[in-house]
Design a protein around this ligand. Structure first.
Ligand code: SF4
Length: 220
């Protein structure tokens, strides 16, 4: 009997849900054990490339592995949403859809999409293009929403905001997170517009991470 893609995904979602529950107790000890179990029980041709990538991270104990362990310092709801949206939707199910689309349409499909909600910035650092020119360009909420909607149809569930300063548009960034509950979002930021209300919004939507920009003036 041929197993459909839908049945395969449902089986994987259930197994990963149970696995993540098991990891909560002692992640450092249980992550390698769980990977071993997944390899043993999963047919060889199921998500092979993705499983190889995760196994390499675990075995090499690289900085990616440290990053995985740091996830256990997060709010439990944020962590569970991260696992669902980043690991299940973006890395596993999403990349399977990307492969299908890529083969069918003979094109590359990105695993993550970078987009600038605005070229504006609330700071005016000398020498930065965002402070000197082109700083009034904005994507409307509908345009941002359209990019994410089209991206999801291709299997892309990871969106990274750059700029300008993306948090100049923080209301629209949060609204996008509310609308696309199956995606993970990351915003680069100079950090100056993060306040208590925004932190509470991030905790509520659970699927937005921020990262301090590096490489420019705001970034020193
Ligand atoms: S360096 Fe960063 S904070 Fe400064 S104007 Fe440019 S984008 Fe804004």
């Amino acid at each position: 009997m041929r197993i459909t893609e839908k049945a395969k995904n449902a089986a994987l979602q259930t197994a990963i849900g149970q696995g993540l529950h098991y990891l909560e107790k002692d992640p450092e000890t249980n992550i390698p054990k769980l990977m071993h179990l997944i390899d043993k029980l999963t047919p060889d041709d199921w998500y092979r490339a993705q499983r190889d990538a995760f196994r390499n991270v675990i075995e090499s104990k690289s900085h990616w592995y440290d990053l995985i362990l740091k996830v256990y310092d997060l709010d439990a709801g944020v962590r569970q949403t991260f696992f669902q949206n980043f690991i299940m939707n973006a890395a596993l199910l999403g990349s399977a859809t990307q492969e299908e689309v890529s083969e069918r349409e003979d094109c590359n499909v990105p695993w993550a999409i970078l987009l600038d909600p605005t070229s504006a910035c609330n700071m005016h650092c000398i020498g930065c293009w965002a402070a000197e020119y082109g700083n009034r360009l904005n994507l409307t909420f509908d345009e941002l929403d359209n990019i994410v909607t089209q991206g999801k149809a291709l299997g892309t569930h990871m969106y990274i905001f750059t700029g300008g300063e993306p948090l100049v548009r923080k209301k629209d960034v949060i609204a996008l997170c509310e609308k696309h509950s199956d995606c993970e979002f990351l915003s680069f930021t100079n950090g100056t517009l993060i306040d208590e209300t925004f932190c509470q919004d991030m905790l509520r939507v659970k699927k937005l991470c921020t990262c301090h920009q590096s490489g420019g003036l705001c970034r020193s």
